[in-house]
Design a protein around this ligand. Structure first.
Ligand SMILES: Cc1cc2nc3c(=O)[nH]c(=O)nc-3n(C[C@H](O)[C@H](O)[C@H](O)COP(=O)(O)O)c2cc1C
Length: 196
């Protein structure tokens, strides 16, 4: 079967894309408006794009009528954002923060903040992995903004690292599937590096 994406309407194109590219890690993004209100929302168009310097990317679609979501507006205004990683016990609260709240989702959903150390936006206090990021580049892709951020500071819970890597036996990130689905890590396979 072949599908020409030009023949799909916006909703069908979105549903197809998010069900094909799975599982996706979830960036729980903290931002602030440059005045007094902070914001927290999940984004699963999220990936690491370079390690040296460490850079990550998120993609924030336009909202209804082409308006900017709070996260996009805030990042464009301040050039800063935090990313907290979502583990199993935070799944429900994270999902709640995807609602179109007018007030800060930290307050609306009751999520404790930790203050940024090198940026102004807070992060999720209880997240065992978080990053403080500064905007390096934003790309306006019309229906969406791609934001590339440099990680200025990692926050990693004591005991979570083993030999410089996250201890996978002790880390339980949630990922997004298509539709309304989420998943945790499945079975693991180790393969040695390929030396040619
Ligand atoms: C798990 C999850 C992942 C999401 N990923 C994205 C995404 O990658 N891009 C996007 O624009 N919206 C995404 N959303 C929807 C936003 O979280 C939602 O539009 C939210 O209201 C934006 O909040 P804001 O206006 O406070 O920025 C996602 C929602 C959930 C629950």
């Amino acid at each position: 079967m072949e599908i020409d994406p030009q023949h799909l309407d916006k909703a069908a194109g979105y549903q197809l894309m998010i069900s094909l590219l799975i599982p996706r890690p979830i960036a729980w993004v903290g931002s602030w408006d440059g005045e007094k209100t902070d914001n927290l929302a999940p984004f699963s168009y999220f990936m690491g794009v370079s390690a040296q310097p460490p850079r990550v990317a998120i993609s924030v679609a336009r909202g209804r009528g082409g308006s900017l979501k709070h996260t996009a507006r805030n990042i464009l205004a301040t050039g800063e954002f935090s990313i907290s990683m979502v583990e199993e016990e935070a799944l429900g609260p994270m999902h709640q923060t995807s609602g179109a709240w007018e007030q800060s989702e930290f307050d609306a959903v009751g999520i404790a903040r930790a203050p940024g150390q090198v940026i102004r936006p807070p992060r999720v206090r209880d997240a065992r992995v978080a990053m403080e990021c500064k905007l390096v580049q934003s790309v306006d892709l019309e229906s969406t903004h791609l934001f590339i951020g440099e990680v200025l500071l990692y926050h990693i819970a004591e005991g979570l690292l083993k030999n410089g890597r996250v201890d996978i036996e002790n880390y339980h990130p949630m990922a997004r599937l298509g539709g309304e689905g989420y998943c945790s890590l499945g079975s693991r396979v180790d393969l040695p590096p390929v030396r040619v």
